[in-house]
Write a new protein. Structure first.
Length: 138
């Protein structure tokens, strides 16, 4: 399957290439592994900050049509800060945008069940998605 990479400008100083995307993904894999190996290495605010950075990288990948890399980065961000809605939201949006709305729906439901204090935020996020996922109750 051939994927078209939008937004790559041949004259850009630092274009996002497949090689650079792979290097970035390797970085986030290593970071997530460090956090998994030492659950007390960072407090929850630090973990959330790291997860936000990984989510921003996932957003860049998604915006440049590197969907597989975006999905992996969002999942790594979830591993870094499991209680953070931001990487779950990025992943859910990607899943909906790639025709996997049922999976996105399940992801949001699972997150809301695991983090019941964030149900309102999950519902608010759900309303930003396509109608196929909005109507599904938690």
């Amino acid at each position: 399957m051939i994927e078209t990479r939008r937004h790559e400008r041949p004259h850009s100083k630092n274009p996002l290439t497949a090689e650079r995307a792979a290097q970035s993904l390797d970085y986030w894999r290593a970071a997530a592994q460090r956090f998994a190996g030492d659950s007390e290495a960072l407090d929850s605010n630090s973990r959330k900050a790291w997860a936000q950075m990984a989510t921003a990288q996932g957003n860049l990948f998604a915006g440049r049509q590197y969907s597989a890399e975006a999905e992996q980065t969002y999942r790594l961000a979830r591993n870094i800060a499991p209680a953070s809605l931001e990487p779950v939201g990025g992943l859910a949006r990607l899943l909906v945008d790639t025709g996997r709305a049922a999976e996105a729906y399940q992801l949001l439901d699972d997150f809301a069940r695991a983090h019941s204090g964030q149900r309102g935020a999950v519902e608010a996020f759900r309303r930003t998605l396509r109608p196929a996922i909005i109507a599904s109750p938690i």
